[in-house]
Design a binder for this molecule. Structure first.
Ligand SMILES: *[C@@H]1O[C@H](CO)[C@@H](O)[C@H](O)[C@H]1NC(C)=O
Ligand SMILES: *[C@@H]1O[C@H](CO)[C@@H](O)[C@H](O)[C@H]1NC(C)=O
Length: 388
C-alpha cells in the first residue's frame, strides 16, 4: 500500500519541522552526524517500533504495533510487508498492541530468519521471510516459536531482541503487550509476576527440534526492561529501563558459556542522564542500537541520545548523585559513567533506533519513521570476525 501522508496526517497532531534538530553536548557528537537535521520519511501509523535494515530487501522493516503490521521503507515508499505480525488477529483478547514489536536478524549468514518479539502470541518467534506472500499474509505455521515460557509460565510480551556475536539471543519481557485497550500496563497483568531479561543459546537456535527453547533468566529486578544490546567487544550488556525507573542499565558479561552477567550498573550517571533527558514531550527510555565503535544510539524522551562507549571499568556512583535502586529496592552501586554526547531531537516520544547499512540512523516512535544521515565513520556493528 502506498501511503498518502497528506491525507493521513490530518488525523494526527501536526509535527512541526522546527522540532527536528540536533542538540550537541560535546563536540564529538558533531563528528558523528552528517545531516543538518533529521528528516521525517513516513507517518500516519499507530505506534512504530523495531526498525531493521534488511539487505535482501534493500530497505528498512519497522513494526506498527497497534495495527499489527510490519511495514517496509524502500526507496522513499512505505508498503505493508507482513500482516498479523504478532501471530494473532487484531484486537485479540481486547489487547491494545498485539503486533510484533522488536525485530532482529541473526548474525550468522546460515540463519536468514527474521526474528520477531511478538506481543500477540507472547513469544519470540522467527520467520522465513520468503514465505511472506505479496498480500502480506503467511500461514500461521510459518512462525516458529523460539521462546514462549519461563519455568513453565507464559512470558509477558517480549519487546526487544539482540544477538551476541556467538549467535546467542537476548530479549526483554515487559508487560506492554498485555495492556487492554484503554487500560494500563499494570504489574498484575503478568503471569510470571516479574519482567525479565533472558538468554537463549545459539545451539538451541541451530536445532529446530529443541524449539521452543527454555530461556535462561539473566535478571529480573527491573521495572520495565525494554531496549537491549551488547557492546561490540562483547563486554557489556545494555538494557533500557522504561516505566518508573527510566534509565540505561549496563551489566558486565562475565562469561559466555554459560552466559552470565554481573550486577546492574548505571551506563550514564544519574545527574547527567536527568539533565540530558529533561523534556516536556513525554516518552521513556526505549530501544537502542550500537555502532561498530561502541557508540550507543538510545531512544528516549523526545529523541535519540548518542552515548559514548564506556571507558574502562565501572566506578562507584558519584556520592553527589541521588542513589538509584533496582526494582527489588537494592541500591545501584556502580556506574560506567558514559557521557551523553548529544541528542537527535524529534519532539515526540521515540521508541527505537537502528543503524542501517545505507548509512542512515532510522528512528521510530509515535506515528512516524524518521532518519538522519550518519558520518561515514559510524558503521553498524558487525560480527564477521567473531562469529564461527
Ligand atoms: C519456578 O517455578 C516454581 C514452581 O512454580 C517456583 O517455586 C520457582 O521459584 C520458580 N523459579 C524461578 C527461578 O522463578
Ligand atoms: C550494592 O551494595 C550493597 C551493599 O554491599 C548490596 O547489598 C547490594 O546488593 C548492591 N547492589 C546491587 C545492585 O548489587
Amino acid at each position: 500500500m502506498m501511503l498518502l501522508p497528506g491525507l493521513i496526517s490530518l488525523a494526527i497532531p501536526a509535527l512541526s519541522a522546527a522540532e527536528l534538530s540536533l542538540v550537541s553536548f560535546d563536540k564529538k557528537f558533531d563528528s558523528l552526524i552528517a545531516s543538518k537535521k533529521p528528516e521525517l520519511v513516513g507517518e500516519g501509523y499507530s505506534w512504530t517500533e523495531g526498525p531493521l535494515w534488511v539487505d535482501s530487501l534493500k530497505g528498512v522493516l519497522f513494526t506498527d504495533v497497534e495495527e499489527a503490521v510490519v511495514r517496509l521503507y524502500q526507496e522513499g515508499d512505505v508498503t505493508e510487508f507482513l500482516l498479523e505480525s504478532g501471530g494473532v488477529a487484531l484486537g485479540d483478547g481486547g489487547r491494545k498492541e498485539v503486533g510484533a514489536n522488536g525485530l532482529a536478524l541473526h548474525p550468522s549468514k546460515e540463519d536468514s530468519h527474521l526474528y520477531l518479539a511478538q506481543h500477540g502470541l507472547r513469544q519470540v518467534a522467527r520467520l522465513d521471510i520468503s514465505k511472506v506472500s505479496e498480500d502480506g499474509t503467511v500461514p500461521a505455521s510459518a512462525f516458529q516459536a523460539i521462546a514462549t515460557e519461563f519455568n513453565g509460565t507464559s512470558l509477558n510480551s517480549p519487546n526487544d531482541l539482540a544477538f551476541t556475536c556467538d549467535g546467542d539471543l537476548l530479549f526483554t519481557d515487559p508487560p506492554y503487550g498485555l495492556t487492554p485497550k484503554g487500560g494500563e500496563d499494570k504489574d498484575e497483568l503478568s503471569d510470571l509476576g516479574f519482567f525479565g531479561v533472558y538468554h537463549v543459546a545459539a545451539k538451541a537456535l541451530k536445532d529446530p527440534k529443541s524449539l521452543p527453547a527454555s530461556p535462561t533468566l539473566l535478571y529480573q529486578h527491573i521495572s520495565r526492561p525494554n531496549g537491549i544490546g551488547v557492546s561490540p567487544d562483547g563486554k557489556w550488556l545494555y538494557v533500557g529501563e522504561s516505566g518508573n525507573d527510566m534509565r540505561w542499565l549496563a551489566f558486565e558479561i562475565k562469561s559466555t558459556k554459560p552466559f552470565t552477567v554481573g550486577e546492574p550498573m548505571l551506563l550514564v550517571d544519574t545527574e547527567e542522564r536527568k539533565t540530558a533527558t529533561e523534556t516536556e514531550d513525554g516518552g521513556s527510555v526505549d530501544g537502542l542500537d550500537i555502532a561498530s565503535d561502541g557508540t550507543i544510539f538510545a531512544s528516549g524522551p523526545s529523541g535519540v541520545y548518542v552515548i559514548a562507549p564506556p571507558k574502562g571499568y565501572p566506578k562507584a556512583v558519584p556520592s553527589s548523585d541521588e542513589r538509584e535502586v533496582t526494582a527489588a529496592g537494592e541500591p545501584i552501586n556502580k556506574t560506567l559513567g558514559s557521557k551523553v554526547l548529544g541528542k537527535i531531537e524529534i519532539g515526540v516520544p521515540v521508541s527505537n533506533a537502528h543503524i542501517g547499512a545505507d548509512g542512515y540512523l532510522y528512528m521510530t516512535g509515535t506515528e512516524s519513521l524518521w532518519r538522519v544521515k550518519l558520518s561515514s565513520s559510524v558503521k553498524p556493528a558487525s560480527c564477521s570476525k567473531a562469529l564461527r
